[in-house]
Structure formats: structure tokens, C-alpha cells
Design a protein around this ligand. Structure first.
Ligand code: PFF
Length: 443
């Protein structure tokens, strides 16, 4: 990734950024958050935030990347001639680092599930799919550390080899397949007993169930799911070819992300009742419910195995962007140092991910502020660093960059969307994000 214009085509760039966006956020985190914070009301807030805040912020990050074309701990200084603004890049780098730490925990769970289902298929494991116990999986320090270690390792090897182009090709097959599989699960879930109740839970906005906390988490979720406020999307846009169109790219990523989140919700909630679960199951929701749904299908284990591989792929295309940001910053886009930086970064991520993994076993009794160590790492990133990063970036764009420079990267889109976008970013979004952020601390 040392050369600029890394993605050869606009489609390549969209696929890579969609890969970064669509991952555990839409498929794992969205359903469990919606389950805790009132279903339909949470969904509604998530949609509003994604469309009115997430989309303009994504356009903003693409604009900076396209304009600055360098790594994110230098791009802010380069564009504004004020070196101190690079602190936004450093803060994003920190966010991504912590994020990778707890992201790899969940990536590790997928690895363990894949191993279990594979063992069942080849006859090394007795019992049905539904007998895979989530609590048992996450309570083994050894297995979970092995799982997350292998997740980090795979990410590292891909980033080291710089084979993201191969991934671009793979994405063209894997992403549509993921959609198809999600649809398949939705269809099966909808035919289960008590499904309509689950659908109503997800789609009916019962505003009385929405708490201030729910609103804050919905905002955090929309940042998380679109990879915003970490400068991750700035990095990818800085590699984009000149002809990349900002509006089309951002819009398609937002739409795909919403569809995946909705499909994941529709796959899970209709099935909850039939198997005796509750919406507020927490981080284990998807892992608990889906094995039962697949058990009810013919060729269940085989299909579940393929689904898990696709799910892993979606998580990996996000974790790659997390490590890539570090590599880009610490090598200053010098390819010769790529391997070394990827290795050191991965080892450090593994070390900080250990307490996160142990939050579900040995350290489960450790509770403070937002909950367990895992919860606190998530809260620090999604509810503090991401909104602050986004706020700082809106101020940067609105106050320090020239309108004409910004306009120059909008191409043909400048006529229709530039002005509304610019005023939103300059005057409205900083106030809104600040407000939500401040309310959080009085809450
Ligand atoms: N958007 C990713 C997901 O939803 O899984 C997570 C993420 C990736 C956040 C990259 C931030 C980032 F820079």
C-alpha cells in the first residue's frame, strides 16, 4: 500500500471501504444493541443518525483523504499548514488500536465456532448445532486467546503481504454471498413460531422504550458501523483513484451497511422466541440464536459453516482496515517497513486484547464505569474517541480548510450536494455531536 492511488478502480475503492464498514458492527453489534435498547426505537435512531450524521461525515472523511493523499498522522497538518492539527490523526490511530483490541475478541469467537462446526461436520464432535454453548465457548481463556490470536494472525498476514487486491476480487464474490446467506436465514427465521413478535420488536418504534442512553448508543453505533471518527476512511480514500466519486461511494456504503444491519436484525429477532431467548441477551445474541436457526434447516451444519466463513470474511475486511491504518501511519507509507510494523502492531494488539477476552472469564468480576473491561474498551472507542474524532474533524474542515479546495474534489457532484453538505458540516454537525457528547456525561 505504499504507492498512492492504491485501489486501481473506483469499484475497488468502494469494495474496500464497504469491506471496512460492513463487519461486526452491522451484523453482531447492531442486533445486540437494538435488543438491549428497545428494538424499533433504537433502529429508528440508528437510521436517523446514519443518514443525517453518518453520511455527511463519511463524505467528509472521503473528501479529506482525496484532498490530502497521505497518511492520517500527517494529512491534517498538510492540508491546514498547522502541524498541531495532526493530533486528530493520532487520536484516530489510538481509537483504532483499542478498537482492534476488542474487535479481535469477537473475531476469535467466530474462529472457535468455525472450528466447532467443522469438527461436527467431520464427526469429531457429538451433539447438535444448538448444543454449542456460547457461555462455554467464551469462558475458556485458552481457547478464546487462541481464537483471537488466530484472528489477529490472519489479519496480519494479509496486511503484511499487501494482498488487499486479492481481497478486492474475493469481496466481489463473498459480499453478495453474504447477502444471500443472510436472506436465507431471514426466510427461515420468519417461518419460526413467534416470529411476528420478533419482527414487531425490531421494526415498531416504541418511543417510550427509548432511553437517553439508547440514543447515545445509537449514535455510537452509527459511527462504529461506518468506521467513522477514526480516520480509517480517510486512509482508504487517500489511496483512491482520482476518478472516485465521493457521493456515489459514500451513498452506496451507507445503503449497504443499513441493509446488512436490517437483515441481521431480521435474521435474529424473529427466532428469539422460538428458542427461549430474550432480546437483551447482550454480546452473545447472534452467537446464541443462529446455531438454532441453522439446525432447523436441511444441511444445517454445512450452511452454518459457510455462513461463518462469510461472517469471518466480513470481520477480516474490517480488521484489515484497522491494522492498515497503523501500518500506513507508522511506515509513513514506506512499503519496506510494512512487515515489521504489521508484526509489532499485531503483537501489541494481541497484548491489549487479552484483558478484553478475559472479561468473559477470569476477569468477569472486574466491573467499572461502563461495565467489564471489554465494555469499557468499546465505550471508550464508540462513545468517546469516535464522536470526539468526528467533532474535531468537522471543526477542522469547517474552520481551517478553504471552501474552494474542498469543492474541487467533489467533481460533478459539487453543484447539487456541495453547499448543503458544507453548511451541515460547518454549522450543524459540530453542535449536534457536541450536544450529544455533553449530555452523555450528565447522564
Ligand atoms: N465498521 C467496522 C464494523 O462495523 O465492523 C468497524 C470499524 C472498522 C470501525 C474500521 C472503525 C474503523 F476504522
Amino acid at each position: 500500500m505504499s504507492k498512492q492511488s492504491q485501489w486501481k478502480t473506483s469499484t475497488g475503492f468502494i469494495l474496500a471501504s464497504a469491506g471496512s464498514a460492513i463487519g461486526l458492527g452491522a451484523m453482531w453489534k447492531f442486533p445486540y444493541m437494538a435488543g438491549i435498547y428497545g428494538g424499533g426505537a433504537f433502529l429508528l435512531m440508528f437510521l436517523i443518525f446514519t443518514i443525517f450524521i453518518g453520511l455527511p461525515l463519511l463524505i467528509m472523511e472521503f473528501t479529506i483523504g482525496k484532498l490530502g493523499r497521505t497518511y492520517t498522522t500527517a494529512i491534517f497538518g498538510k492540508l491546514s499548514n498547522k502541524k498541531w492539527t495532526n493530533v486528530i490523526g493520532w487520536s484516530g490511530n489510538l481509537a483504532v488500536f483499542v478498537l482492534f483490541g476488542f474487535y479481535s475478541v469477537v473475531g476469535g469467537w467466530i474462529m472457535i465456532y468455525i472450528a466447532q462446526v467443522a469438527m461436527q461436520i467431520i464427526g469429531l464432535r457429538d451433539g447438535t448445532l444448538g448444543s454449542i454453548q456460547f457461555e462455554q465457548v467464551i469462558s475458556s481463556p485458552l481457547y478464546t486467546m487462541l481464537g483471537q490470536g488466530s484472528f489477529i494472525l490472519v489479519t496480519m498476514v494479509i496486511v503484511m503481504l499487501g494482498v488487499e487486491h486479492g481481497l478486492e476480487k474475493a469481496s466481489k464474490v463473498m459480499m453478495p454471498l453474504l447477502f444471500i446467506f443472510l436472506l436465507l436465514i431471514v426466510v427461515r427465521s420468519l417461518s419460526l413460531e413467534g416470529a411476528s413478535e420478533g419482527v414487531r420488536f425490531l421494526l415498531e418504534p416504541r418511543m417510550e422504550e427509548l432511553s437517553m442512553e439508547g440514543i447515545l448508543f445509537a449514535l455510537g453505533q452509527s459511527f462504529f458501523a461506518l468506521s467513522l471518527g477514526t480516520t480509517g476512511m480517510i486512509t482508504y480514500a487517500s489511496y483512491a483513484p482520482k476518478e472516485m466519486t465521493i457521493k456515489t461511494s459514500a451513498l452506496s456504503i451507507v445503503i449497504m451497511n443499513i441493509i446488512v444491519a436490517l437483515l441481521a436484525g431480521l435474521a435474529i429477532f424473529p427466532a428469539i422466541n422460538a428458542f427461549g431467548y430474550k432480546p437483551e441477551e447482550g454480546p452473545g445474541l447472534l452467537f446464541k440464536v443462529l446455531p438454532h436457526v441453522f439446525e432447523k434447516m436441511s444441511f444445517g451444519p454445512g450452511f452454518y459453516f459457510i455462513f461463518l466463513i462469510l461472517f469471518l470474511f466480513a470481520a477480516l475486511t474490517s480488521s484489515i482496515s484497522l491494522l492498515e491504518l497503523n501500518v500506513s501511519n507508522f511506515t509513513k507509507n514506506d512499503n519496506r517497513k510494512r512487515g515489521k510494523v504489521a508484526l509489532i502492531g499485531s503483537i501489541l494488539v494481541f497484548i491489549i486484547s487479552i484483558p478484553a477476552t478475559l472479561s468473559f472469564s477470569t476477569l468477569s468480576h472486574v466491573h467499572f464505569l461502563a461495565g467489564t473491561i471489554f465494555d469499557n474498551m468499546d465505550f471508550l472507542v464508540s462513545n468517546i474517541l469516535m464522536p470526539l474524532g468526528a467533532l474535531a474533524t468537522t471543526l477542522f474542515v469547517g474552520q481551517l480548510l478553504k471552501k474552494e479546495d474542498l469543492k474541487s474534489v467533489f467533481g460533478n457532484d459539487r453543484l447539487k450536494i456541495f453547499m448543503p453538505w458544507y453548511y451541515l458540516v460547518k454549522y450543524v454537525l459540530p453542535v449536534v455531536i457536541l450536544l450529544v457528547f455533553v449530555i452523555q456525561f450528565f447522564n
